[in-house]
Design a protein around this ligand. Structure first.
Ligand SMILES: *[C@@H]1O[C@H](CO)[C@@H](O)[C@H](O)[C@H]1NC(C)=O
Ligand SMILES: *[C@@H]1O[C@H](CO)[C@@H](O)[C@H](O)[C@H]1NC(C)=O
Ligand SMILES: *[C@@H]1O[C@H](CO)[C@@H](O)[C@H](O)[C@H]1NC(C)=O
Ligand SMILES: *[C@@H]1O[C@H](CO)[C@@H](O)[C@H](O)[C@H]1NC(C)=O
Ligand SMILES: *[C@@H]1O[C@H](CO)[C@@H](O)[C@H](O)[C@H]1NC(C)=O
Ligand SMILES: *[C@@H]1O[C@H](CO)[C@@H](O)[C@H](O)[C@H]1NC(C)=O
Ligand SMILES: *[C@@H]1O[C@H](CO)[C@@H](O)[C@H](O)[C@H]1NC(C)=O
Length: 535
């Protein structure tokens, strides 16, 4: 039997650049931007922006547009930008100015700090010209004030009856979390009454227009868990695009998973995975790999669709990864997991520059002092994105559910489609003798390539693959050599890939017919759905 590798050319995810559905987002990878901090206007003093000062540093939709090469060259296929609507612009508050965009005043207007309507349209057009998607952050739950008795005439909803009455949140009481006010008495965030039919209707009209006017492809929804869940289906239907919500949380999956599905949102940010990744990979840290394997398995049964979850290591509310752990291998392994497992990878700007601010406001550093260097982390992201985009563009990889192949106290191997990723938390120092023996479904002698190094690996007896750490705790990503054909990856190192006609030795039984072969093929087909190995 000769097996042939046939790219399916599933390019649907890249065809429509407007109003993208959840399924179109599935294969994307997202770069998260705080508009004020991504790129400085011309002539800015690079030392002038201090995150600790909590004020505007001058980034805009135009400066994002002019610096998209940096994002696209790293292989990202979408950007998520901070909220675009008008913010509080009174005297500096107890917590600084509204440079982050989350302090909403009037959603019927754009935030003129970041540009004009034409500027936002130009950004949207440029993103689409690059075949990328535009995700915009929206704040629906609340507005911002500097007193608990604000004058509502400056807001979109001008009547106090359209807000819940002031009460501080009693954490753990769901009703209170939804109806009371976020913030504190210095900077209260008045809670819009999203149960009020007038509010529901006006929000629906507003979001439909915003999405249409600026050709937005998806929404990231701030504080989604502070809104009654039944508000979301009609809101997102009006938007007509993918909705991913921030349901802030930790290891506990259920309270977050309840916000994904037809009764709520298309998807949520994957806080349980984030929590597990920090448990497993932080150095120092609990180094708890079982927390990761457990979260990984539980997520499959508790979330509606793990393939749509937003996987991240950092965001504007969390400590930078590099603040938790300075060893770069910690981040590289965790990052490999977020890209090669189920879900949509999201990278917060500056992660690739090893920024290390620990919390708001220090984790909102200006990007420009980095000079947009092509660091090792940047290059790793570019490789991960290039590989993932190749799999997304040419196969059904993104619809395959990842499976755990092997666990160890200091690492694990997962397989998604034909790709095996082996991660470890041992960190940079070489450890001779430490290894992870991975039991794979591939036939002995199958030629594999590690796409991170272009080194070739041969599958051993009984399908074993052995990850050695004599060069330190690096991640490994393996795919059968033939399947890399057409990817443009590792071509110099492995000249054999170019023009070999795509012969799939992996499942060619002509030389070593054994009873395991058909079993392994059917296992692959059944378990991993390798439906591009045909004939
Ligand atoms: C091996 O391939 C031949 C055809 O080339 C086929 O008849 C046979 O069933 C295959 N054996 C296994 C174990 O798959
Ligand atoms: C910055 O300067 C360049 C080159 O002069 C110009 O093309 C660009 O429009 C300027 N950008 C902004 C945001 O003013
Ligand atoms: C939960 O919060 C709501 C709103 O503040 C309040 O009416 C209710 O009494 C609280 N429930 C409990 C059990 O404390
Ligand atoms: C590791 O995480 C698991 C799952 O969350 C937990 O049950 C276990 O107690 C943790 N082990 C340690 C040593 O912290
Ligand atoms: C983490 O952040 C804190 C506060 O900014 C800082 O003091 C500390 O040095 C940071 N740690 C690292 C490793 O960067
Ligand atoms: C995937 O397809 C998109 C859109 O056609 C293209 O821009 C991108 O370069 C492709 N990526 C790979 C790795 O083939
Ligand atoms: C570990 O193994 C590497 C490669 O085999 C070798 O170069 C190195 O000397 C070894 N280091 C130690 C401490 O044994």
């Amino acid at each position: 039997m000769k097996s042939t590798f046939v790219p399916l050319l599933l390019c649907a995810g890249f065809q429509s650049a407007f109003a993208a559905t959840a399924d179109q987002w599935r294969g994307r990878s997202i770069y998260q931007i705080i508009t004020d901090r991504f790129a400085a206007p011309n002539g800015t003093d690079p030392a002038a922006c201090q995150a600790s000062e909590r004020t505007w540093c001058g980034g805009s939709w135009n400066t994002i547009r002019e610096n998209l090469d940096y994002v696209q060259n790293a292989g990202f296929t979408a950007i998520w930008i901070s909220p675009v609507n008008q913010n509080y612009h009174g005297p500096t508050s107890a917590y600084g100015d509204a440079y982050h965009g989350y302090w909403i005043a009037d959603i019927s207007q754009l935030n003129d700090r970041f540009g004009t309507a034409d500027d936002l349209k130009a950004l949207s057009a440029e993103v689409h010209r690059r075949n990328m998607y535009l995700m915009v952050d929206v704040v629906v739950n609340n507005v911002m004030a500097t007193t608990t008795t604000p004058d509502y005439s400056n807001y979109f909803f001008k009547d106090a009856s359209l807000y819940h009455q002031y009460c501080p949140i009693d954490w753990g009481n769901t009703t209170s979390e939804q109806n009371c006010w976020l913030g504190d008495t210095k900077v209260p965030l008045p809670d819009v009454d999203t149960q009020n039919p007038t509010v529901v209707s006006q929000y629906g009209t507003w979001i439909a227009n915003l999405v249409k006017e600026y050709s937005i492809d998806g929404l990231r929804i701030d504080a989604a868990k502070h809104v009654n869940i039944d508000f979301w289906p009609s809101f997102c239907k009006s938007a007509g695009v993918f909705c991913i919500g921030e349901v802030f949380g930790g290891a506990d999956i259920e309270p977050i998973a309840m916000y994904q599905g037809p009764q709520a949102l298309d998807s949520v940010l994957n806080f349980p995975l984030y929590t597990a990744l920090t448990s497993a990979f932080s150095i120092p840290g609990p180094q708890n790999m079982s927390a990761l394997t457990q979260t990984f398995e539980d997520s499959k049964t508790k979330f509606k669709d793990v393939g749509l979850l937003g996987n991240f290591l950092e965001n504007q509310d969390l400590p930078r990864w590099h603040n938790l752990t300075v060893d770069p291998q910690s981040m590289y392994n965790a990052m490999t997991f977020t890209f090669m497992s189920d879900g949509i990878p999201i990278v917060y700007y500056g992660q690739e520059q090893y920024f290390s601010g620990n919390a708001d406001p220090l984790n909102r550093e200006p990007l420009w002092p980095s000079k947009y260097a092509k660091t090792d982390a940047y290059n790793l992201m570019a490789t991960l994105n290039k590989f993932r985009n190749f799999l997304v563009n040419t196969t059904d990889w993104v619809h395959k559910e990842a499976q755990i192949l092997t666990t160890s106290p200091y690492g694990m191997a997962i397989m998604k489609g034909p790709v095996i990723s082996i991660v470890t938390n041992i960190g940079s120092p070489p450890q001779n003798g430490t290894h992870i023996a991975v039991s794979s479904p591939y036939l002995p002698s199958t030629a594999m390539v590690n796409i991170l190094t272009c080194a070739q690996w041969a599958v051993g007896a009984k399908g074993m693959l052995d990850a050695q750490y004599t060069l330190g705790g690096v991640p490994n990503i393996l795919i059968p050599l033939e399947m890399l054909s057409g990817s443009g990856m590792c071509e110099n190192e492995l000249g054999i890939i170019a023009g070999n006609g795509g012969k799939a030795v992996a499942l060619d039984n002509s030389s070593s017919v054994n009873s395991a072969a058909s079993y392994i093929l059917s296992l692959l087909l059944a378990t991993f759905g390798l439906n591009f190995i045909i004939n």
